[in-house]
Ligand binder design. Structure first.
Ligand SMILES: [Zn+2]
Length: 153
């Protein structure tokens, strides 16, 4: 369990804050055993000027196809979580990016990850990408076609 929010910083000094609740939910999906499956979902939260606060996330549903090394999110479940958060917060909470797990301690994006992010994530605004490994999180920020790795502070 984590009892403090996690803070990551980009080169331009802008911050990405992962709330305690989101961090603990991500930890609960870590691929600790060799049989545990890869999980994925979307990130939800607030943009405050250049800073981003991740307050919520969608969790895997039984409609997702899960395997150990790859996740295809085939359901509309995740979009529905985003829509509900947006509606219930009067537009404050919005889609911020994606998360998934990796069966490694210190995770790094695979070629498939990069290909999929470049192909599927289109946004004028920066998006956040999180990979939950067994002992570390990898956090990236996608700005147009560039992906910057953020440093935890
Ligand atoms: Zn991956």
């Amino acid at each position: 369990m984590i009892d403090k929010e996690l803070v990551f910083k980009a080169q331009d000094e802008s911050l990405v804050v992962i709330s305690t609740g989101v961090a603990n939910t991500l930890l609960s999906y870590r691929q600790i055993s060799n049989s545990s499956h890869e999980s994925a979902g979307v990130l939800i939260g607030e943009r405050r000027d250049v800073h981003i606060v991740i307050k919520n996330l969608s969790e895997p549903s039984r409609w997702d196809i899960r395997s150990r090394f790859k996740v295809d999110r085939v359901s509309k479940h995740h979009q529905k979580v985003v829509d509900n958060a947006f509606k219930n917060s009067n537009g404050t909470l919005q889609y911020l990016g994606e998360w998934h797990t990796h069966p490694e301690d210190v995770p790094n994006p695979s070629m498939t990850d990069y290909t999929s992010w470049h192909k599927n994530l289109k946004s004028e605004l920066p998006l956040i990408l999180i990979i939950a490994g067994r002992t570390h999180f990898w956090v990236g920020k996608k700005i147009q076609d560039k992906i910057e790795v953020l440093k935890q502070i």
